[in-house]
Design a protein around this ligand. Sequence first.
Ligand code: 13P
Ligand code: SF4
Length: 331
Amino acid sequence: MKQQIRDLLTELDALLVAHFYQRDEIVEMADLTGDSLELARKASASEKSKIIFCGVGFMGQSVKILAPTKQVFMPRIACCSMARMIDSDYFDQSIALLKSYGITEIFPITYINSNAEVKAKVAELEGVVCTSSNAAKILDFALKSNKKIFFLPDSCLGQNLASQNGLKSAVLGLDSVEAIKEAQVICYNGFCSVHQLFTPQDIDFYRAKFPDILIAVHPECQPSVVQKADFVGSTSQIIQYVQSLDEAQKVAVGTEFNLVNRLRKPINGIQNTFVLSSTKPECPTMNETTLQDVLKCLQAIQKGESYNEILLDSKIAKSAKKALDKMLQLS
Ligand code: 13P
Ligand code: SF4
C-alpha cells in the first residue's frame, strides 16, 4: 500500500502533509510534517498542485486560503472541537456584548484553530490570526494599537499569553463585567478538550516520583498547569526542546500522545519521556486518519471523483487571507 501511495502522489503531483498529532504510519509517510504554522506556510508555498492534508479542518482550510489555486483534500473529514466552539454568529454576538459594556476599540486575534468565516470576521476588524508558536509576536503587534485585545477561541492560550506579558485577562461569559472592563486581554470561552486533561496534580505526581524531571507543556493547557511547567511551546517547539535535552534527562510532556510517544525511544530499557497524564490525551479526530484513507483519497482523485476537497466561498477566503497573510508577515 505504501508504494501505491507513493506512486499516486507522484502521478497526481500531490504533496502528503501531516500534523504531528497524526498516527505514526501517516507521519512516517508524509512529505511534510509540522506544527500548524509550519504546515500553513510550507504547504501553501509548495510547488505541488494538490495537497493531501492529514490533520483537522482548519489546517487544511488555512492552506486553501493561502494558496487558492491549489486543490486541498482531506483523506478523512476531521474537525478540531475547539475550532467548532466559535462561528461567525458567536463572534458577532461577542463583539456586540463587548460594545454593550462600553468597549468599542477592539483588536481581535484569532487562534488559527478557527474556521474561515471567523478569520474573515477578524480581518474585517483589522485583526490577525496567530498560532501557538507565534502568539507572543502577534500580541506585541496588537498591543501597539492601544485597543482591547479580544482573543479567541482558546481562553487558555489567551490567559497564558496575558500572564506571560504581565497583562490582566478575563474570560467573556465567565468573569464579571467589571473584570472584563479592567482586562487588557479579553478571552472567548473556548478550550481544547485534550489539553484540559493535564492538571497541576499531574505535575506534582511526576515531580514527587522523579525530583529532577522537567515538565514541557503546550500553551493550550490550563494556566495553572502552564505556570508550573519548565517549558511551554507549540508542538514543534516541544519537539526541539525535548530533543535538545540530555538523553538521560527525564521529561513529562503535556500534549497529544502520538507526538509524545515518538519523541524519544527508551535507553537501555529505561523510559525517560512520559505523557503528563494518567488519562490518554488523544485528539480523537486527528487519530482517525489511516493510510487506507490516504490511498482511497488518491484513488478517487485519480478517477476524477470528488473526495473531501476543501472548497471555500471566494469572498470569505479573500477576507480570511488578509488576517493570515498579516500573521505570516509578522512571524
Ligand atoms: P500547534 O500549532 O502547536 O501544531 O498546535 C495545533 C493544535 O491544534 C494543538 O492542539
Ligand atoms: Fe483541536 Fe485540541 Fe485536537 Fe488540537 S488537540 S486539533 S486544539 S481538539
